[in-house]
Design a protein around this ligand. Structure first.
Ligand SMILES: NC(=O)c1ccc[n+]([C@@H]2O[C@H](COP(=O)([O-])OP(=O)(O)OC[C@H]3O[C@@H](n4cnc5c(N)ncnc54)[C@H](O)[C@@H]3O)[C@@H](O)[C@H]2O)c1
Length: 441
């Protein structure tokens, strides 16, 4: 086998291009740039300008961006200099929860129009089986006039990074790789092995690699849904769910899942891709469909619970100060896409509650644009009737109980001070001793 592109990359005779520099593409580009020449291409000039100025808009690579040698560009013609192209553009869902391939198709067109003969194109965007070869490859073929398989090759390598997690990163997570044939598979594996310290796992086909991604995330979705269901059962049965889950984990084969709001760009979306694929091939999905629905309605369940707690101590919903801590889809991360906290806030508003939302991780302008929500800086939050800790950011975890109690209105008894600790960031003993009226998922 030739390993022609691998050899050219490590000897500096060709470049690697990353198309789409967001939460996935930027870390990929940064990591590869430690070993080979990298072109970072994005259609969003705001991103490109920020990266050129050493500003990491995704908060995922930190200061590494300041010393990175990446050639950041919005000029698609630059892609002609690369023999290895990685595509990491968004694959969200539409409003009716169908897969949205718009960015993927546009990126395929751009890559095709600027494809170097002999190149390998690897898609990292999450898709369901068949999309890389049946949707992307024909677009690239047509735009380039080059035949796939003989004049260029294609592969797929799903991204598994975990935003906000400094341990599980691009180079420390084992990478699934695949190619359209033996030669491309070997070359793709060799190239990823340059930057992925945890190593690669080669699968036999692109469709297999595509299936791995949507199935591993759907597996999480279903398991979290079950924990949400158990949490509701415990709540109705007046059993402490958290204590049950902690005790369950003492068994050797327990699964480590927690209840919660499932949002974001991955777990909350990828199940819809698998559902679409199963529908296309006529396969039933009772477990996945029900699990997804269970998770989809959790925000309204929590909102309803907050209202119940407030009415129980005769709060005036219209006048009550309800603070929501956190709006990002998960802790220690700036990503607000598909935030279920936004759904929670929308639900609270249907009860005429006007929640005051804070999140130092999120960009206020993006929150305003995406959800029409104004963020309030943490230090400017008014004294509360009810605090909903929706996201377990590390800053919230470090707030002592004494300090937390001071964040409520002065004239309230402790049992009128309501706390909804959705992520269970406060220990049960501390909550019980505080006298707060609290509820956890
Ligand atoms: N964010 C995650 O944690 C994560 C984890 C695993 C997999 N994924 C998958 O990886 C893919 C990328 O996700 P992301 O979170 O990085 O998205 P993102 O929105 O953060 O970044 C995508 C980038 O692509 C750019 N872009 C859009 N259209 C483009 C085009 N036609 N040409 C060039 N650039 C274009 C955007 O400007 C943006 O900078 C998605 O398929 C996602 O499902 C994401």
């Amino acid at each position: 086998m030739s390993q022609r592109i691998y050899q050219a990359l490590v000897s500096g005779n060709t470049k690697l291009a990353v198309v789409g520099l967001g939460y996935v593409g930027l870390p990929v580009a940064i990591e590869f740039s430690k070993y080979v020449q990298v072109i970072g291409f994005d259609t969003d000039t705001r991103h490109i300008n920020a990266y050129r100025n050493g500003v990491d808009l995704t908060s995922s690579v930190g200061e590494a961006i300041q010393s990175a040698t990446i050639e950041f560009t919005s000029d698609p013609a630059k892609l002609r200099e690369a023999q290895f192209v990685i595509v990491a553009v968004p694959t969200p869902t539409t409003e009716d929860r169908s897969p949205d391939f718009t960015a993927l198709m546009q990126a395929s067109q751009t890559v095709g129009e600027n494809l170097a003969p002999g190149a390998i194109v690897v898609f990292e965007s999450t898709v369901y089986p068949g999309i890389t070869e049946e949707l992307c490859a024909p677009i690239i073929e047509q735009a380039s006039g080059l035949k796939c398989g003989t004049q260029w090759k294609i592969g797929y390598s799903p991204e598994r990074i975990n935003p906000g997690d400094p341990v599980h990163t691009f180079s420390t997570i084992r990478k699934i790789v695949s190619g359209m044939d033996g030669e491309s598979a070997e070359e793709i594996q060799k190239v990823y092995d340059i930057a992925v310290k945890a190593g690669t796992h080669l699968v036999s086909s692109i469709r297999t690699a595509e299936a791995v991604k949507v199935m591993e995330n759907s597996q999480r979705d279903v398991n979290i849904a079950f924990m949400n269901e158990c949490s509701k059962i415990c709540d109705r049965g007046r059993i402490n769910a958290h204590e049950v889950f902690t005790a369950m984990k003492t068994k050797w084969n327990a699964l480590d899942f927690e209840p919660g709001l499932v949002g974001g760009h991955c777990i909350g979306e990828d199940s819809y891709y698998l559902l679409e694929y199963a529908k296309k091939i006529g396969c039933g999905t009772p477990i996945l469909s029900h699990g997804r629905h269970t998770n989809e309605v959790m925000a309204s369940y929590v909102a309803h619970r907050a209202v119940k707690e407030m009415l129980a101590v005769r709060k005036d919903l219209k006048r009550a100060k309800v603070l929501v801590w956190g709006i990002t889809f998960k802790e220690n991360c700036s990503d607000i896409r598909n935030s279920k906290v936004a759904d929670l806030i929308a639900q609270l508003r249907t009860y005429q509650i006007d929640p005051i939302v804070t999140d130092e991780w999120a960009d206020p302008e993006t929150v305003r644009e995406m959800y029409s929500i104004e963020l309030t800086p943490f230090e400017k939050l008014p004294p509360a009737d009810c605090i909903i800790v929706a996201v377990g950011h590390r800053e919230y975890q470090s707030i002592a109980m004494e300090q937390l109690l001071k964040m409520y209105k002065n004239d309230l008894q402790n049992d009128e001070k309501i706390l909804l600790d959705i992520k269970s960031i406060y220990p049960l003993e501390a909550l019980t001793a505080s006298g707060l009226r609290f509820w956890r998922l």
